[in-house]
Design a protein around this ligand. Sequence first.
Ligand code: GUN
Length: 292
Amino acid sequence: MQIIDGKAISAAIKQEIAQEVEAILANGGKRPHLAAILVGHDGGSETYVANKVKACEECGFTSTLIRYEDDITEEQLLTKVQELNEDPDVDGFIVQLPLPKHIDEQKVTEAIDYRKDVDGFHPVNAGRLAIGLPCYLSATPNGILELLRRYNIETKGKKCVVLGRSNIVGKPVASLMMQKQYPGDATVTVCHSHTANIEDECRNADIIIAALGQPHFVKENMVKEGAVIIDVGTTRVPDATRKSGFRLCGDVDYDNVAPKCSYITPVPGGVGPMTIVSLMKNTLLAAKHEIY
Ligand code: GUN
């Protein structure tokens, strides 16, 4: 059994990106610039955005954090999105989700110029991903593929079970795993809350990508000997022994499942660090205008 070390891989990729930025600057080019809009004070969002700003520093990018209180109107937010769309110095930007209830997330997502949508959430990027055209790949699926690539994990002809059908992870990762490329060429089954015999589906899988958000859903008896397990879950569970008061819990019962696997991602330190690196890669692509 080999533990897939997302922390080490992400550190190596950040170094690769930083070197590329140095080369761009040495050739008289512009420093890549990522902007992020954060509305309110959600604990998870604060942490994610702080990590994104830190990753920008590590990669040699400029970052701009734009903060608003919860009571910002949808119209004010859309005005800022338009401003960033038109700002030639900003290569790409994100609006951190979730947004307060009175703001239509889909409307805001669609207001972002797809050429600056480094999250890959705009329907143009989601649609292009689905039909295999160049686009900004959404960060978590891209991070998962990068881990499979860096560990040379075979995917062609393999049976891949994706647990969860979210627009951010389940659907795009299923699309990518079935495309004619490496990593890909897998036979993909997407399971969700209405799937019959989900345990049997998992037992038949060569690769399981668990993105349900249900702590320890995948148990030892659901996993085939030698399977590859990718755990996307990051549920915060209360833990009085931690300073933060919580710990991150994956969708896989790691301690009992790991001995049966060929490869497995831990939580934390598996997929999580790769997600932010994927955003950095998209920002670099945006700065180089390699896709649009
Ligand atoms: N909320 C949780 N994950 C993400 C993400 O990857 N991007 C944005 N914009 N919001 C999120």
